[in-house]
Design a protein around this ligand. Structure first.
Ligand SMILES: [Zn+2]
Length: 203
């Protein structure tokens, strides 16, 4: 992946209130057969606050992307998830929604499953401490399902939706269609939207 890194000072940090300590690192690169994507990381040099996001730079429409993961090679389907993107892992009943802690990333299905696994292991730990054995059992089932998907024994339907069109799935098996106005309205965009190029979708 070739690209260039740009650096910009953004001003004061919203977390620690230090003066002029916030900077943005922006990295633009080109994904073959897809287009230009910008990864950005906002970093406070004083308190270490950081926040990552991704956006698709080409003119993109709000679409629903779907892929059915059935075999090992499907795990390499690329996932571009901006902070405004929602990822649904249908058979697991897991949804990753925009929120204050959400981060943008460029990864693949395997990477997304690893992220979900980490969160589930953390949840399992808390539920075990609360002695909520029912919840622990449920988490174990989800973790087992993820392993089976990774071994090609179970299938998993993955959906990616973004009201701003900044998130996508890329791969030969990926299907996509435009999101309806109703669907766009029902999607959460999260409290923090830094980039708002498609203002008409953001009321
Ligand atoms: Zn700070």
């Amino acid at each position: 992946m070739k690209g260039e890194i740009k650096e910009t000072m953004l001003g004061d940090c919203p977390i620690c209130k230090s003066k002029n300590s916030l900077k943005a690192l922006m990295f633009i690169h080109e994904i073959p057969y897809f287009g230009k994507v910008m990864e950005s990381t906002i970093i406070c040099e004083k308190c270490g606050y950081r926040n990552a996001d991704v956006m698709i730079l080409e003119e993109k429409e709000p679409r629903l992307y779907t892929v059915k993961v059935e075999e090992e090679k499907d795990l390499f389907t690329r996932v571009i998830r901006s902070k405004s993107g929602t990822i649904e892992l249908e058979e697991l009943g897991v949804t990753i929604e925009p929120g204050p802690a959400s981060q943008g990333f460029i990864s693949n299905v395997e990477g997304v499953l690893e992220r979900v696994k980490e969160t589930l292991i953390m949840t399992r730990h808390f539920k075990e401490q609360e002695n909520d054995l029912e919840a622990v059992k449920k988490v174990d089932e989800l973790l087992e399902y993820i392993e089976e998907v990774k071994n090609g024994q179970k299938s998993l339907t993955i959906k990616v939706m973004d009201p701003f069109g900044h998130s996508a799935l890329i791969g030969e098996k990926v299907k996509s269609r435009l999101l309806s106005d109703e669907e766009i309205k029902s999607l959460s965009t999260g409290p923090y939207v830094i980039y708002e190029p498609n203002k008409q979708h953001y009321d």
